[in-house]
Design a protein around this ligand. Structure first.
Ligand code: GAL
Length: 377
């Protein structure tokens, strides 16, 4: 009971400090993603050969077990069903699992309703039921240690998705040689891409009030999420790396939600008016809310304000095509869900996995928005 009160106070303090986030040091604490990305970039021929051999071995093992996959039970925990991006992810995950030989009735996907206690109960039920593998999108990444201990203790392989556990936690998987891995993209890349899309417009176009700085509004996802932390930090870093001066007018938590972002941006536009030059949103759902606020305030994206998001939701892509959003970043739910399912299969076949499985984001501007829309539709 006491513990619960303390964590509520901590969480509240965290949200409050993030709400006043301009200039706050929002440095994220893991860097495994960069290490993984670097490793990927330096792949040489020998590594290619090894990878091919491993893939062949994996394919052979998969073939051997594929008949059995239909009998394997998969438990999937999603942090919140109402999240747009995670809806695309889980829909693709389910159909890909079926295409790989799992049977629909043995795949159970549950909604954590953005409540860790609810999700922990769901994990307990999956363990009691004796599922063969678990795919978990944690409500709180900081609960990963507890989740891992439970799942590993029950002898069930575990694939984390979307919300990256911290470095210390990932190190434990490695040190103990546990069947636990994380599948996701490096959010620093998505933040950098957002910033670069603004830099590519040129300072003259972006510095609409001519004060020599980029005056921006930041709308963040949930503060505990590494994606939110990195996108916030790296989007601005890209501007600074280009030698631009920046001025944060407002930095608020919108919890990935369209309605919350709409309110935040409406307030910021009310307070700062035409000084708002760029609105950065950590995801597209919030960018869509920001766009509603921008349009209600009589402002025009591309003319007197700029707006970027992440995910490449269809609606956001339509906006990029029409010029009502400056750009977005494709968060590839196909590759992430397929890699997560493949990782689950590799554990079931005994082929095993690395403890970090990365993927790339793709920058989307008006030039390639239609192409991306064709891909996601
Ligand atoms: C991010 C995504 C957001 C939200 C979040 C949930 O990767 O961009 O839209 O889905 O994951 O953790």
């Amino acid at each position: 009971m006491k513990k619960k009160v303390v964590s509520v106070i901590l969480a509240t303090a965290m949200v409050a400090s993030m709400a006043m986030g301009c200039g706050g040091n929002n440095t994220a604490s893991t860097n495994n993603g960069a290490a993984a990305a670097d490793n990927g970039a330096t792949t040489d021929n020998a590594a290619d050969d090894a990878a091919t051999e491993a893939a062949d071995a994996g394919a052979a093992a998969t073939e051997a077990v594929s008949g059995d996959l239909a009998d394997k039970k998969v438990g999937v925990c999603i942090y919140q069903f109402s999240d747009n991006f995670m809806t695309l992810f889980r829909t693709e995950l389910e159909s890909y699992l079926i295409s790989q030989g799992f049977s629909q009735e043995n795949i159970t996907i549950v909604d954590g309703a953005n409540d860790q206690a609810t999700q922990t109960g769901q994990i307990d039920s999956f363990i009691a039921e004796g599922v063969d593998v678990l795919i978990i999108n944690p409500v709180n990444s900081s609960s990963a240690e507890t989740i891992t201990d439970k799942v590993v203790g029950a002898g069930i392989p575990l694939v984390y998705i979307n919300r990256e556990p911290d470095e210390t936690e990932q190190q434990r998987w490695e040190d103990n040689n546990w069947d636990v891995t994380y599948v996701g993209c490096d959010a620093r890349q998505s933040g950098t891409f957002q910033g670069e899309m603004i830099v590519d417009l040129g300072l003259d176009a972006v510095d609409l009030n001519g004060n020599g700085k980029v005056d921006y509004v930041m709308v963040e996802g949930d503060p505990e999420n590494i994606d939110a932390q990195y996108r916030t930090e790296y989007s601005i870093k890209a501007l600074e790396d280009a030698g631009w001066e920046v001025n944060c007018l407002s930095d608020q938590v919108g919890n990935w939600a369209q309605d919350q972002a709409q309110t935040i941006v409406a307030n910021a536009l009310g307070q700062y008016g035409t000084d708002v030059e760029v609105v950065f949103c950590n995801n597209d759902a919030m960018a869509l809310g920001a766009l509603q606020a921008i349009q209600s305030a009589g402002r025009t994206v591309g003319t007197d304000i700029y707006l970027v998001g992440v995910d490449a939701l269809s609606e956001a892509l339509e906006n990029v095509i029409n010029g009502t959003m400056t750009g977005t970043v494709f968060n590839d739910h196909f590759s992430q869900s397929h890699s997560a399912a493949d990782a689950a299969i590799n554990y079931l076949t005994g082929a095993g996995n690395e403890h970090y499985i990365g993927c790339d984001y793709i920058k989307v501007t008006q030039e390639n928005a239609q192409e991306t829309l064709d891909l996601v539709k």
